[in-house]
Design a protein around this ligand. Structure first.
Ligand code: KE4
Length: 429
């Protein structure tokens, strides 16, 4: 496969950007070689600057659940651009998207738009600390909640792939207030809250972990988080930046019927443009400036183009049969993957919740950060690159999720399964 133009662009980009990228995991560090520079995308496919086309399961790390360049979203953004791209003043579009989010997400009574998932999480944590007057926060190993200082403590995602369990530059006095527990270990959560629940401002969790690969919550785990935080007067935050509108209109909280006090959203709600959001109980959100004293602001928050894209995206997802279609296609793909691994005698574990899924190259059941770390990342690297040669683009890291879109056809999925079998055979050797 000729990737000479990507290679040249990468050399050029590295002169003026850290690692030649604007987000670390794009640099292909976990899989070797150089990243593909994408020229365009449509439906289920992306095309790089050398003209190579791939069936895409990265989906821009989640947002492209309706497929790339969806005609309705493109049209809506074009129309809005002609009316102006940013005013720094309120618009009806912001109220329209906020109403859609409030109507869809069971626990959100009031919501604030920001520009990224990181900003949403940082803000939600500030509100939890401001509302409770407490400093400590609890997170889980292998979960990633963006690059806010309090959260880069044994994070997953890019940090996990880069093997940097603690990131330099984080003030020790701040990091000490972040307590980290093993994901899916309800007894450790109880133990901590029994010991010092009255010091804990909030607990933040990916209700389905997506940043160590997809790791579903164990039975009763989310219910335990709800119970202990309520008892301790701590704020329960669901980071649904990935799962929001991915697992259903109501996200993980609707699917698992556990309602947090606050929810962080991102990715899908921007329809491919930069949007994050945080929201929850009215009494908590009333503490946010200008209603309350807890300050949070943003020049481009609620940007009209992003709001237009987000509104159109949520209208598309609200249509009849959308999540049934995603479920059927995701099931078909993951069954194919499992059949391939069994046929080739490759030790692998498969996880899937709705339209997010992972194949882990390990013989151990994957339930948390420790078990995920047993994966054979060398085999993953060979598989990733062999699959790329076969025209299938998946996340360049064992510790990320795969994403299905409405644009993937059954033919695309069958083609992927066949390509995956060839790639797995080559990677296994
Ligand atoms: P952003 O700041 O990247 O918009 O969102 C941060 C974030 C927060 N919470 C969860 C559960 C997330 O998954 C993310 C971002 N996800 C990563 C990859 N899984 C984005 C890709 C990247 O970092 O380039």
């Amino acid at each position: 496969m000729n990737t000479s133009k990507s290679e040249a662009l990468f050399a050029r980009a590295q002169k003026v950007m850290p690692g030649g990228v604007n987000s670390p995991v794009r640099a292909f560090k976990a899989v070797g070689g150089h990243p593909l520079f994408i020229a365009s995308a449509r439906g289920a496919r992306v095309t790089d600057v050398d003209g190579n086309t791939f069936i895409d399961y990265v989906g821009s790390w989640g947002p492209m659940i309706a497929g790339h360049a969806h005609p309705r979203i493109v049209e809506r953004v074009k129309r809005q651009a002609e009316l102006g791209t940013s005013f720094g003043a309120p618009t009806g579009l912001e109220a329209e998207l906020a109403e859609k989010v409030v109507a869809a997400v069971p626990s959100i009574e009031v919501v604030r738009m920001v520009n990224s998932g990181t900003e949403a999480v940082m803000s939600a944590i500030r509100i939890a600390r401001g509302a409770t007057g407490r400093d400590q926060i609890v997170k889980f190993e292998g979960c990633y909640h963006g690059h806010g200082d309090s959260l880069l403590v044994k994070a997953g995602s890019g940090v996990m792939s880069l093997g940097l369990p603690d990131c330099p530059g984080i003030v020790a006095d701040l990091a000490k207030n972040t307590l980290t527990l093993p994901y899916n270990d309800a007894s450790k959560v109880r133990e901590l809250f029994d010991r010092q629940g009255d010091k804990i401002a909030c607990l933040i969790v990916e209700p389905v972990a997506g940043n160590m690969g997809v790791v579903p919550p164990a039975t009763g785990f989310l219910e335990t988080l709800r119970e202990v935080t309520r008892k301790a007067g701590a704020v329960l935050i669901f980071d649904e930046v990935i799962t929001g509108f991915r697992l259903g209109l109501g996200g993980a909280q609707e699917r698992f019927n556990v309602l947090p006090d606050m929810t962080c959203l991102g990715k899908i709600i921007g329809g491919g443009l930069p949007v994050g959001a945080y929201g929850g109980r009215q009494d908590l959100m009333d503490k946010v400036a200008p209603t309350g004293a807890i300050y949070q602001a943003g020049t481009l928050s609620g940007n009209p183009l992003a709001m237009a894209a987000g509104c159109e995206m949520l209208d598309i997802l609200a249509e009849e049969g959308v999540y049934g279609d995603l479920e059927k296609k995701s099931d078909m793909l993951c069954r194919g993957y499992q059949d391939n691994a069994s046929a080739l005698g490759v030790a692998a574990r498969f996880t899937r919740v709705g339209a997010m899924f992972s194949m882990f190259f390990t013989g151990r059941d994957v339930t948390d950060y420790e078990s995920v770390k047993t994966c054979d990342t060398g085999l993953f690297q060979r598989y990733f690159n062999a699959l790329l040669e076969e025209g299938v683009y998946m996340a360049p890291s064992q510790f990320e999720a795969g994403f299905m879109s409405l644009a993937h056809s059954e033919e695309d999925i069958q083609q992927t399964i066949e390509a995956s079998q060839r790639a797995l055979r080559k990677a296994r050797g």
